[in-house]
Every structure is written in structure tokens, then in C-alpha cells.
Design a protein around this ligand. Structure first.
Ligand code: ATP
Length: 136
């Protein structure tokens, strides 16, 4: 059984979409193994987003992620890494497919960072690394 890290980002928490997002994960048949809600500090986000350091959206992304509570979820299931990314939809919420979390619930706000409601690990290696960062 595979595990992934899902984050409900501050836009999702503020808009009270946490339940809707967790419900989609459960309805798909994945298991919520662990969950915590807190406002992440810069150090954690710098480690989490290390691959994006130096990109134009990096600083706005870190500021956005520090702007409020995030819900971090350890999710388990067969092929859950690929499966959750499919549930989430593509990065840009304006063009994400209807039926996905970002496509149904997100839109572009004309900001410097895509406030696209969720994060999901993109590989087994990223999932292990990110679960270690967010859950210790
Ligand atoms: P995530 O990793 O959060 O699931 P993703 O894999 O779709 O999203 P990444 O390329 O890993 O996207 O980028 C991480 C996050 O940085 C995105 O979710 C989005 O919030 C922001 N982001 C990425 N690319 C851009 C961009 N070109 N402009 C603005 N924000 C961006």
C-alpha cells in the first residue's frame, strides 16, 4: 500500500472546503491515516518547496502558504500518489478539468501564485520526503 502527502492549502481551509476535499478522498476509497492542522513556518516550507527556489512564484508561494492554517493529511491506498493527483487536477485551476478538485472548486484570482486549494506528492520519493517533513 502506497502513501502520499495531501495538503489543503490556506485558500481551501479559509473557504471551508476541507470537508469537501477529504470527502472526495474518502469516496475514492483512500484512507485518511493521520491529519494535522497548523500554520506552517518558513523553514518547513523552504524544505518542502526546495525544488522551486529561485523561481518567480517561489516567494509569493511561501508567503501564501504561511498566510493561515494548512491541513496536512497522510493518505493511503493503492496507487494513491497518481490517484490523488488525478483527483486534484492540473496546477492552473482555470483550466483544470471539471470533476477535479481544482476544476470544480478553484479559479484564477489574478495573483502571483496559483491558489489551487491542494497539494499532492508527485512520486514515491517525494511522498516519503514530504511525509517526513510534515509528520516527522
Ligand atoms: P502541487 O505540487 O502543489 O500539488 P503542482 O505539482 O501542480 O502542485 P508545482 O509545479 O509543484 O505544481 O508547483 C507548486 C505550487 O506552486 C503550485 O501548486 C502553485 O500553487 C504554485 N505554482 C506553480 N507554478 C506556478 C506559476 N507558474 N505561477 C504561479 N504559481 C505557480
Amino acid at each position: 500500500i502506497e502513501e502520499t502527502l495531501v495538503l489543503v492549502k490556506p485558500d481551501g481551509v479559509k473557504r471551508q472546503l476541507t470537508g469537501e476535499i477529504l470527502s472526495r478522498i474518502e469516496r475514492k476509497g483512500y484512507e485518511i491515516v493521520d491529519i494535522r492542522k497548523f500554520t506552517p513556518e518558513r523553514e518547513l516550507l523552504a524544505a518542502h518547496y526546495a525544488e522551486h527556489e529561485g523561481k518567480p512564484f517561489y516567494e509569493p508561494l511561501v508567503e501564501f502558504m504561511m498566510s493561515g492554517d494548512v491541513v496536512a493529511v497522510r493518505v493511503a491506498g493503492d496507487r494513491v500518489i497518481e490517484g490523488f493527483r488525478s483527483l486534484a487536477g492540473t496546477t492552473d485551476p482555470t483550466t483544470a478539468a471539471p470533476g477535479t478538485i481544482r476544476g470544480d472548486l478553484g479559479r484564477d484570482w489574478g495573483l502571483k501564485v496559483q491558489q489551487n486549494l491542494v497539494h499532492g506528492s508527485d512520486s514515491v520519493e517525494s511522498a516519503q520526503r514530504e511525509l517526513g517533513l510534515w509528520f516527522g
